[in-house]
Each structure stands twice: as structure tokens, then as C-alpha cells.
Design a protein around this ligand. Structure first.
Ligand SMILES: [Zn+2]
Length: 136
């Protein structure tokens, strides 16, 4: 289901709680909501649709990957960049890492480990920050 975008910075500033199998619907809602906001959005965290759970979605070109309880295993090669966010106005400066490795549960609740570089890695780091209540 397409959900409205949360813009309350007090809510977005809170840390998200671990997701469980009961939150699979949240992953589907993220897929629908990202699809509906495709023009201005490449990824989302669950708190952006009002759910304080550790679920994110990352666009990887042809597919959107939903990650439950994503954990950053490694990161290297920092760089300075500017980002925007659907929940905020304008762009802000931030530091990201060129290469990362994440571990997460997928939509079938299978454990996955994935290496990301460049743009998908940047999106993923932005969404991981959302889970910690960090806004760019
Ligand atoms: Zn954002």
C-alpha cells in the first residue's frame, strides 16, 4: 500500500527497533511507496512511512531491494558528497564510503550478505542512517 511520507523530524530523529517476520508487510508498503515516488526517490527507510522498525529499501538500478535489520559489516574509501531526502527540503553535505558490505534478511526472511559500491552503496548508507534517527 502506498503510504504518506513522514516529515516530522522529531519522529524521524528516533532510533528504529528490530524488525521481525511480522513486519514483512512493511517491506511491501516500502516497495509500493517507493514506486509511487520514483521521480524523486531512490530509497526509503520504514520510519519515512511512519513505522519505527529496521526496514529499508534501496534502488539498485533495475530492482529495489528490501532489507530487514540491515547491518553494516565493512566500509572503505570515504568521500564528501551532497544528498537530498524525501523527508527534508534541499541538499546537505555528508561523508559516505565508496564500498560497503551489508548483511540483512530479505523478503523471504533469508539471510543475505551483499557488497555494494558507488550509488547503491550511498543510498544504503543514507537509509541506514535513518534507522539510527540520523538525518543528513
Ligand atoms: Zn532520507
Amino acid at each position: 500500500m502506498v503510504k504518506p511520507i513522514m516529515k516530522d523530524v522529531l519522529f524521524l530523529g528516533q532510533k528504529s527497533e528490530p524488525a521481525t517476520k511480522a513486519d514483512l508487510q512493511v517491506g511491501k508498503d516500502l516497495q509500493d511507496t517507493l514506486q509511487a515516488n520514483r521521480a524523486g526517490c531512490v530509497g526509503m527507510a520504514a520510519n519515512m512511512i511512519g513505522v519505527k522498525k529496521r526496514v529499508i529499501i534501496v534502488n539498485m538500478g533495475f530492482v529495489d531491494i528490501v532489507m530487514f535489520n540491515p547491518a553494516l559489516l565493512s566500509k572503505d574509501t570515504p568521500y564528501e558528497t551532497e544528498e537530498g531526502c524525501l523527508s527534508l527540503t534541499g541538499v546537505r553535505k555528508t561523508t559516505r564510503y565508496e564500498n560497503i558490505e551489508v548483511e540483512y534478511h530479505d523478503m523471504n526472511w533469508k539471510k543475505q550478505r551483499q557488497k555494494l559500491s558507488g550509488w547503491p552503496a550511498q543510498i544504503c548508507q543514507h537509509e541506514l542512517d535513518h534507522l539510527e534517527g540520523i538525518l543528513i
